[in-house]
Design a protein around this ligand. Structure first.
Ligand SMILES: Cc1cc2nc3c(=O)[nH]c(=O)nc-3n(C[C@H](O)[C@H](O)[C@H](O)COP(=O)(O)OP(=O)(O)OC[C@H]3O[C@@H](n4cnc5c(N)ncnc54)[C@H](O)[C@@H]3O)c2cc1C
Ligand SMILES: *[C@@H]1O[C@H](CO)[C@@H](O)[C@H](O)[C@H]1NC(C)=O
Ligand SMILES: *[C@@H]1O[C@H](CO)[C@@H](O)[C@H](O)[C@H]1NC(C)=O
Length: 608
């Protein structure tokens, strides 16, 4: 990247450093007082870092109290969820006696429950990036520290609270994190030494049948507060007569107006209507300057575009979003398992996978969505489910028949069951499995482009890559959909997602298990395996694929191109326009080239 977003600030700081030594005044430095930055050296390079507890620029108690008053007493010191199981929580702001047997039992019993973790002010559902320094335990004398859980949280109830938090973080140069449900795979909703603005209290839902707005779209819509989760929105829409649906993730607990839409947001309806971002009509958003803005096709149209897939926590804090909704339809689903675990016939297993994956283009060309897990328990393919929205069971069966015939001809054993539902909503309730929280892993991912899998030998190359992934102790989740199948081509460029997504036929998540408190060398080895073995194999098998910012290696090589392709240059300009000083930060998002988390992923700093 030439001339990154923060180069002007960066050169200002360089001048500042030089000026301090020489003792000169310099007009360009206004607004960047040294007192707001902490200078550090790491591996021979110079950094200017944000302010953290213990630094002289960390706000004093009076300042925090003032902030607390401004946010109506909704500021909290963050205590890790496992703390009630320990005698003492050794926090950055001092020691706190925390042992509480009933609370400890409750946390222990619920640690794997997604909704339990979601309701906590600043927990991460995937614990790797919390550093796992305070898991529930039966040994209260062990040490509980904060790890990478944030230090303080504003549980925002009003837009004014969010504005106060953004302004406080900006003026005091604090690490700021926006936290909605805490689902993030890449650790972007937690962070060492940070102040969090939690948006989960924004729970309003409004529906309309007669939206008529700037985009030219006329029809049914849903308007959701930032904290609304998929299951809440879908339930509300299902209760309408006739029932409606919207694009959400396959996971019912992910928020629909936070990270999901800013990354794109794919789900079971993607082959019909595209990404969640493609269905967006308007956002209310607070930008780094603290202003509450409307973003739609007419007003702040550039910001509107960037919020539709341009990267989470990069352009502002979304407080409300309006999306198109669609008539729900009778739907058919099929569950299928190929389980040869213990049968000791890897060749037969992989022949089954080869056959399955050779039908990806066929599945998406028929408008299907297919969710599958590969290798979670050894030689196992778990398709849960094949979804045919608006299809009768016979129609879905007809699409699947050639695939099943091939499995039969090859002698690959499988089990399957079919069901039909009055609505897609009913299918969604019945056929998608509950997911768990509290596990630690590094996650990555890549997508398979149509041209690569359809090329001569292309599918075989993909299967070789799958073998490499499983052979490295990793497993995968696949999502077979096409974001270009149902959505008219004229609308593709309305979202900032990588243009390549329109010809992707399989979107993979790779998972490398590693505990959050593993020795640093083990963590480094796991990261290396993810980037250079597991995902490298997939990238090689589909050179025309791309990566999805919400389900990817945080350290994806050439991330600008991998996540956004030709859209990156415009996103970079928009980041410079809306957040020139880096008030927001999430790893590998537009304009963060010069920001680094030094000192083993703790201090966020500008490289000088
Ligand atoms: C079990 C599971 C299943 C998933 N299934 C899918 C799927 O089917 N499809 C799919 O596309 N993705 C899926 N994801 C990934 C999902 O898109 C991301 O985890 C997403 O970032 C979650 O957004 P969130 O707001 O709910 O979570 P959070 O972790 O709270 O936030 C995620 C990111 O968004 C930012 N953010 C949150 N709220 C706001 C806001 N109001 N304004 C600005 N920035 C904000 C945060 O700072 C962070 O960077 C899944 C994840 C999990 C863990
Ligand atoms: C903020 O104020 C509330 C209400 O007075 C109080 O309960 C809370 O402890 C305060 N937060 C901090 C961090 O002092
Ligand atoms: C994070 O965990 C690593 C071990 O995985 C440890 O070396 C490091 O000190 C921890 N840092 C914090 C801030 O908890």
């Amino acid at each position: 990247m030439k001339g990154g977003l923060f180069s002007s600030l960066c050169s200002a700081l360089l001048l500042l450093l030089g000026q301090n030594a020489a003792g000169h005044e310099h007009g360009q430095l206004e607004g960047y007082e040294t007192s707001k930055w902490v200078l550090r050296r790491s591996a021979g390079a110079q950094y200017a870092c944000k302010c953290y507890p213990g630094d002289s620029c960390w706000p004093n108690n009076g300042q925090w109290q003032k902030l607390n008053n401004t946010v109506n007493g909704n500021l909290r010191i963050n205590i890790p969820p496992g703390a009630p199981c320990y005698n003492t929580f050794k926090g950055p702001l001092g020691d706190v006696r925390t042992y509480n047997k009933p609370e400890c039992d409750r946390v222990t019993a619920n640690f794997a429950d997604e909704q339990f973790q979601i309701e906590l002010p600043a927990a991460g559902l995937w614990t790797y990036f919390t550093n796992d320094t305070c898991r529930p335990t039966t040994t209260p004398t062990d040490t509980c520290t904060l790890g990478y859980y944030p230090v303080l949280v504003i549980k925002a109830k009003t837009t004014a609270h969010i504005q106060a938090g953004v302004k406080f973080a900006r003026d005091n140069n604090l690490r700021l994190i926006i936290r909605n449900t805490g689902h993030d795979f890449l650790g972007r909703s937690v962070g060492w030494g940070a102040l969090v603005i939690n948006t989960h209290s924004f729970q309003d839902i409004k529906v309309s049948n007669s939206y008529s707005g700037p985009s030219g779209y006329k029809g049914s819509t849903i308007t959701v507060g930032a904290g609304v989760q998929a299951f809440q929105a879908l339930k509300k829409l299902n209760a309408l007569s006739p029932p409606k649906v919207m694009v959400t993730g396959e996971c019912a607990t992910v928020g629909v107006a936070g990270g999901l839409v800013q990354g794109g947001g794919h789900g079971p309806l993607t082959s019909l209507y595209g990404f969640l971002a493609d269905t967006a009509l308007e956002f209310k958003v607070i930008t780094a300057d603290g202003a509450l803005k409307t973003a739609n096709a007419n007003t702040n149209a550039d910001l509107f575009w960037a919020l539709r897939g341009g990267g989470p926590a990069s352009f502002g804090v979304i407080v409300e979003a309006t999306y198109k909704t669609f008539d729900d339809k009778p739907s058919a689903g099929v569950l299928l398992d190929i389980n040869l675990n213990g049968a000791a016939d890897p060749a037969l297993f992989w022949e089954g996978i080869r056959i399955f994956h050779s039908y990806t283009t066929h599945f998406v060309d028929n408008g299907l969505y297919v969710y599958y897990e590969l290798g979670t328990a050894g030689q196992n393919l778990h398709v849960h489910p094949f979804v045919g929205v608006g299809k009768t069971p016979a129609e879905l069966q007809a699409v699947l028949q050639p695939f099943l015939d091939d499995l039969n001809a090859a002698g690959v054993p499988y089990t399957s069951s079919a069901a039909n539902f009055k609505t897609f909503y009913d299918l969604y309730q019945a056929q998608f499995e509950t997911e768990v929280a509290g596990n630690s892993a590094l996650t990555g991912g890549w997508t398979i482009a149509r041209e690569d899998v359809a090329a001569e030998g292309g599918n075989d190359a993909v299967i070789e890559a799958f073998k490499t992934v499983l052979g490295a102790g990793s497993f995968m989740i696949g999502h077979i959909w096409s974001a270009g199948h149902g959505l008219p081509q004229a609308e593709w460029a309305n979202s900032a997602v990588h243009p390549t997504f329109r010809q992707v036929v399989d979107k993979l998540i790779t998972i490398v298990p590693v505990s959050g408190n593993a020795p640093l060398a083990d963590k480094a080895a796991a990261q290396d395996r993810l980037t250079n073995v597991v995902d490298a194999a997939l990238r090689k098998a589909s050179p025309n694929g791309c990566a999805y910012i919400n389900e990817a290696d945080p350290y994806e090589p050439n991330w600008q191109t991998a996540f956004w392709g030709d859209n990156y240059a415009r996103l970079l300009k928009l980041r410079q326009k809306y957040d020139p000083n880096g008030v927001f930060y999430a790893v590998s998002t537009p304009g963060t080239e010069k920001w680094v988390q030094i000192e083993t992923g703790t201090r966020l700093c500008l490289k000088l």
